[in-house]
Design a protein around this ligand. Structure first.
Ligand code: PLP
Length: 409
């Protein structure tokens, strides 16, 4: 295996626990990842040693906290090769990052008769903000359809955009199918057409090497909690010229330069978009998560996931009655395997697996329209990360066999 997984597992205290007397097999990483000791320690270190508000204190603790918070921003910028730390806005999560764009850029630029281009595989996070914007402005939403192997139907890519397409937004990697979308190619076409391009990177940044300048996107959104970091921190990368032009999202402290009774002027980037006291501790600990991933190397993280997904696809395909979704080639997909098994309901699968210590996700995965397109009410989904092993895939397969036998009785 590319990564020294046994060594990595030692960094994750939760992997030592048992569930219903069985060792935990955590395969719900697309929902949220587990956290290494280094991230937990960074949180404790902040609260024990330099807890203070940032950007406003003249005292030592405040200066240390400010430096650590801004250092985390610089790490994130480097991690995705953003042109500057100022192009990184901290939000609560991917959802808030996308809402920020729909609310600020969208309200100012989308007009009646305009079009927003999405795909049939959107997470609700990258669907509802655009549907709301379209309804408010009298714009329409169009969806790129799927091929039989659940990749985007991009034949005729050059005709995908028309003069009214103001923005296109889509996942880098589908959370339900695993499909990796060719975002570089689509970004180039969007640029030619004068259409802005937002990538929902919630399943991209944690799993693939990401270079926002090479992709050529205008916005890239992702969440710390899916990449070894704490909950409560999201990232919006925006092309600096665009962020400069955009109005603030929330108003309050920190995002202003000068305030009078009559009005206010705005702070510089990125603080213009970070109103109020931010999530200081979790941002700093996110910096520790980035260090951890940098140390592993994102190329290696990706290679590990290809190996384990390949193994999972092979093992699962040996089960009679299994239906798997997404492209069959592990190089065309992230570490997500969605499936249905005979006539078992995904929730029943999830519940029985849980009693074997195996944590998976079951349901619509916040992609209800996609489930309708697939003609199912939901799927069971196993999703992998840096600490998962082929032996855990074996436990999953054995537990699935036991589930089938349990319901046969
Ligand atoms: N987009 C995709 C593709 C996701 O998988 C998720 C989370 O599962 C989100 C957006 C939303 O992320 P968050 O809940 O952290 O805002």
């Amino acid at each position: 295996m590319t990564l020294d997984v046994q060594r990595i597992r030692e960094d994750f205290p939760i992997l030592e626990r048992q569930v219903y007397g069985k060792p935990l097999v955590y395969l719900d990483n697309a929902a949220t990842s587990q956290k290494p000791r280094q991230v937990i320690d960074a949180l404790v270190d902040y609260y024990e040693n330099y807890n203070a508000n940032i950007h406003r204190a003249v005292h030592c603790l405040g200066e240390e906290a400010t430096a650590a918070y801004e250092e985390a921003r610089a790490k994130v910028a480097k991690f995705i090769n953003a042109p500057s730390p100022e192009s990184i806005i901290f939000t609560r999560n991917t959802t808030e990052a996308i809402n920020l764009v729909a609310y600020t850029w969208g309200r100012a630029n989308v007009r009646e008769g305009d079009e927003i281009l999405l795909t049939q595989m959107e997470h609700h996070s990258n669907l509802i903000p655009w549907q709301r914007l379209a309804a408010e402005k009298g714009a329409s939403v169009r969806y790129i359809e799927l091929t039989d192997s659940q990749t985007l139907a991009l034949d005729g890519l050059e005709n995908l955009f028309d003069a009214r397409t103001r923005i296109a937004a889509m996942p880098h990697v589908s959370n339900s199918l695993g499909t990796i979308n060719p975002v570089e190619k689509i970004a180039a076409e969007a640029r030619r057409n004068g259409t802005l391009f937002l990538v929902d990177g919630a399943q991209g940044a944690p799993h693939l090497p990401v270079d926002v300048q090479a992709i050529g996107c205008d916005f890239y959104a992702f969440s710390a909690h899916k990449m070894l970091g704490p909950t409560g921190v999201g990232v919006l990368y925006g092309r600096p010229e665009l962020l400069e032009e955009m109005e603030p999202f929330l108003g309050g402290g920190e995002m202003i330069r000068k305030v009078t009774y009559e009005g206010a002027t705005w702070n510089d980037l990125p603080w213009k978009f970070e109103a109020g006291t931010p999530n200081i501790a979790d941002v700093i600990a996110f910096g520790a998560a980035i260090d951890y991933l940098d140390h592993l190397g994102m190329e290696n993280v990706r290679e590990h996931e290809v190996e384990i997904t390949d193994y999972a696809l092979t093992r699962l395909s040996q089960l009679e009655g299994i239906v798997m979704y997404g492209p069959p080639d592990p190089r065309e997909r992230g570490g997500v395997v969605s499936f249905n098994f005979g006539d078992l309901h995904p929730h029943d699968i999830g519940t029985v697996l849980d009693h074997h210590g195996v944590a998976i996700r079951a349901g619509h995965h916040c992609t209800q329209p996609l489930m309708r397109t697939l003609g199912v009410s939901g799927t069971a989904r196993a999703s992998f990360y840096v600490y998962n092993t082929p032996e855990e895939v074996d436990v999953l397969v054995e537990a699935l066999e036991a589930t089938r036998d349990f319901f046969k009785r």
